[in-house]
Design a protein around this ligand. Structure first.
Ligand SMILES: [Fe+2]
Ligand SMILES: [Fe+2]
Length: 300
C-alpha cells in the first residue's frame, strides 16, 4: 500500500479540515501477488468477518452519506456544515479504498460480492423508512462503527496477529471514524431529535442487516478450504466473541445509544485520536515511513 500526502485533499475540502475532520487521500495499494487474506490471527473464520465488513462498507457508507445529505441544506450552523463536509469526504474515500481492497479479495477467489449484495438488500429495506428514521439508523451504525474503530486501534491481539499491510488501511479508517463520530448525530439532533426514532434505530438496523451479514459470513467460511477445521473455527469464535474478544468488547456499549442524554462525545477518544494522528501522519499529512509500503512506492 502506498499513500499520498493528505495535503491536496485537505486544501480541496477546507470545511472538514478546519474542524478536525480532514478527508485524506490515501490510495492504498495492496501488494499484488500476495495471497494473504487470513489477516486476523491467520484465522479464516475471524478474517472472513473482516472481509464481510470490507464488503459492506462501500454501500453502507453511501447510505450514511445520503441520509445526512438530505438534511444538509437545513443546517445553518457553519461549524456543523464544515463537519458535514468532512464527514462526506472521509466516508466517500473509505468506500473507495474498501472497493479496492474488495477487488484484492475477489481476485483471490474470496466471494466478497455476496456481503455487498446482502447489505444492499438490507439497506433497501431501511431506505423505505422515513428520512429522519434513516438518519437515526445511521447514527446508530456510526455509534457501532466508532466502538469498532476504537477496538481496531487498541486491540493488542488484532495488532500483533494481523497482516501489517492490511492494518494500515484499517487504522486509517478507524482514526477517521473516531474523528467524525458525532457528525451524523449532531445533524439528527438539529433536524429531528426524536427519542422514539433513536430507540427504534438499533432494532431496525439489526433486523434489516444482521441476517445478511451472518449469512454472507457463513458463506465465506463454507467456501474456504479450511471449512471443516472445527478447531480453528472455535479459536476464531473465541477471538471474536470470547472474554475480551474483538466483538464482545463492543457489544456492551451499544445500549448507551438509547440513554436520554446520550451523545457520541461523552465517550472521549480525543487522546487516542491524537496518538494515532501522530503515529500515522507527518507534519504535512503524509503517511509516515513506518506505515509505507516500500514495494508500492518503488513501483510508483
Ligand atoms: Fe467509514
Ligand atoms: Fe463513519
Amino acid at each position: 500500500m502506498t499513500a499520498r500526502s493528505t495535503s491536496p485533499s485537505v486544501s480541496r475540502r477546507p470545511g472538514g479540515a478546519s474542524v478536525g475532520i480532514p478527508p485524506r487521500q490515501m490510495e492504498f495499494r495492496i501488494p499484488q501477488g500476495s495471497a494473504r487474506h487470513a489477516f486476523f490471527n491467520q484465522n479464516v473464520l475471524a478474517s472472513s468477518l473482516f472481509v464481510v465488513f470490507s464488503g459492506i462498507f462501500p454501500p453502507g457508507e453511501r447510505f450514511f452519506m445520503e441520509s445526512v445529505r438530505r438534511y444538509r441544506d437545513e443546517i445553518t450552523d457553519p461549524v456543523l456544515k464544515a463537519k458535514i463536509s468532512g464527514f462526506m469526504g472521509q466516508e466517500a474515500l473509505h468506500g473507495r479504498e474498501h472497493e479496492r481492497l474488495n477487488e484484492f479479495f475477489a481476485a483471490r477467489g474470496i466471494d466478497v460480492a455476496v456481503p455487498e449484495r446482502m447489505i444492499r438488500i438490507g439497506l433497501g429495506l431501511l431506505e423505505k423508512l422515513p428520512a429522519s428514521q434513516q438518519l437515526a439508523c445511521t447514527t446508530f451504525m456510526e455509534h457501532f462503527t466508532a466502538f469498532l474503530a476504537e477496538q481496531w486501534l487498541t486491540d493488542e491481539n488484532f495488532k500483533s496477529t494481523s497482516d501489517p499491510e492490511m492494518l494500515k488501511l484499517w487504522y486509517w479508517h478507524a482514526l477517521e471514524e473516531l474523528e467524525h463520530k458525532s457528525v451524523a448525530y449532531d445533524v439528527f439532533v438539529q433536524v429531528s431529535n426524536s427519542r422514539a426514532e433513536r430507540v427504534l434505530a438499533g432494532p431496525l438496523v439489526v433486523a434489516a442487516l444482521l441476517p445478511g451479514i451472518a449469512a454472507s459470513w457463513a458463506w465465506l467460511v463454507v467456501r474456504d478450504d479450511e471449512r471443516l477445521n472445527v478447531r480453528e473455527h472455535a479459536s476464531g469464535l473465541r477471538k471474536l466473541f470470547g472474554r475480551g474478544g474483538f466483538i464482545s468488547s463492543i457489544l456492551p456499549r451499544m445500549p448507551e445509544f438509547v440513554r436520554p442524554d446520550f451523545h457520541p462525545d461523552q465517550h472521549d477518544t480525543r487522546t487516542l485520536e491524537q496518538q494515532w494522528r501522530d503515529r500515522l501522519f507527518g507534519a504535512e499529512g503524509e503517511l509516515l515511513d513506518e506505515f509505507r509500503n516500500r514495494e508500492s512506492l518503488s513501483a510508483a
